[in-house]
Design a binder for this molecule. Structure first.
Ligand SMILES: Cc1cc2nc3c(=O)[nH]c(=O)nc-3n(C[C@H](O)[C@H](O)[C@H](O)COP(=O)(O)OP(=O)(O)OC[C@H]3O[C@@H](n4cnc5c(N)ncnc54)[C@H](O)[C@@H]3O)c2cc1C
Length: 333
């Protein structure tokens, strides 16, 4: 690796690696106390949309809430790091993988209409439901408001955690209540007024996991809804490099005025810094959308990180603006 690549990688401040020993005792506990599936030495490239990332010591799919409570108790007693994972569409796992247990809520897939008024309906959506399933089902039910989100490839849990959004609509605009399970195993329903959403972020207490969200959508004209859905889907295909593995927007758009509204787009700054199309190893700044890094051919997480460092440095040098990552980077070198 060339010096400048090493230099960029050094800038990433990481926690020192921690060894997690999967002892026989721990294996026995996982087998006896959990109902869901447990995978050992699981490649995270299988669980991230950019298809890079090393091996997780343990990857766990709880089959119900009791299972999540149990794993929280086990990691506390055994002093093991725990990582909550959705569908990995906004996550980059470093090549050294994850020391600890990755927990995904992909098995929590219930979605149902729970209340209805004259002009609205409330939909309860568990965290493992795909965003697109939620949007499509809402539209099939003649409900409007979520069409802009069509094509976002994550889970509802990830979307709530990230306050995902597109074309002026964010999760915060549709949600009425979020149910959390705290580190202590306590269930908490938090109403919209008390939820601290900011751009691509929901602040929740440390170690908590989002179990489900209650959404309120308005009743609308089914034909108009179907046409909006088609429009937004088309726009996404036109503007995003969906034919290659990627992790969505790498950086947040800088929020430069006092009201925190978007004044300038990260993609534009990256393009103006001359970085569109640039390659490191198998990773490339997308020629279609400069805020996307695509895995063109067998990219490593290191390739992607070097590109990220380069994008940050060049934009800072040219404009003075420090780009902030939207993507979550986890794991060891
Ligand atoms: C092609 C493409 C297009 C995209 N377009 C958009 C877009 O238009 N708008 C947009 O906002 N995003 C977009 N994204 C990014 C991504 O899809 C969203 O951020 C999505 O909401 C992430 O969901 P996930 O389940 O994949 O989360 P993950 O990547 O698995 O996790 C993201 C973060 O959420 C946390 N998390 C996940 N589930 C839970 C849970 N149940 N409880 C607590 N924390 C949790 C994780 O710990 C992590 O910190 C795009 C991504 C791709 C690949």
């Amino acid at each position: 690796m060339t010096d400048w690549k090493e230099e960029i990688l050094k800038k990433w401040n990481r926690q020192s690696p921690r060894k997690v020993e999967i002892s026989d005792k721990l294996r026995d506990r996982l087998v006896c106390e959990l109902k869901g599936e447990v995978f050992y030495k699981e490649p995270m490239s299988r669980h991230t949309s950019v298809r890079t990332g090393g091996i997780a010591d343990i990857y766990f799919k709880p089959s119900n809430i009791e299972d999540i409570k149990t794993i929280y108790r086990i990691v506390k007693e055994e002093n093991i790091p725990l990582f909550i994972h959705g569908l990995g569409s906004n996550t980059l796992v470093r090549d050294g993988g994850i020391r600890g247990i990755v927990v995904t809520l992909s098995q929590l897939k219930k979605i149902e209409k729970v209340a209805e008024g004259e002009d609205y309906a409330d939909i309860l959506v568990e965290s493992g439901v795909g965003i697109n399933r939620f949007v499509n089902l809402s539209c099939e039910l003649g409900l409007t408001g979520s069409e802009e989100l069509i094509g976002i490839p994550g889970s509802i849990g990830g979307a709530i955690a990230m306050n995902a959004g597109a074309r002026g609509v964010e999760i915060k605009d549709l949600i009425r209540e979020v149910t959390l399970l705290t580190e202590e195993g306590e269930l908490k329903n938090i109403s919209r007024e008390k939820l601290d959403f900011t751009y691509r972020h929901l602040k929740i207490s440390k170690g908590s996991v989002i179990l489900c969200g209650l959404f309120r959508l308005k009743k609308g004209d089914p034909k108009a809804i179907a046409s909006r859905l088609e429009d937004f889907q088309k726009k996404r295909v036109e503007t995003q490099p969906i034919n290659y593995p990627n992790m969505g927007s790498v950086f947040k758009n800088p929020q430069t005025d006092s009201k925190k509204t978007t004044k300038v787009y990260a993609a534009q700054l990256i393009e103006e810094a001359g970085l569109k199309n640039i390659r490191v190893g198998g990773a490339r700044v997308s020629p279609k959308h400069a805020n996307f890094i695509i895995n063109e051919k067998d990219a490593t997480a290191k390739d992607v990180l070097v590109l990220i460092g380069l994008m940050k440095d060049k934009v800072k040098e040219k404009t003075g603006i420090l780009l902030e990552l939207e993507v979550k980077v986890i794991g060891e070198d």
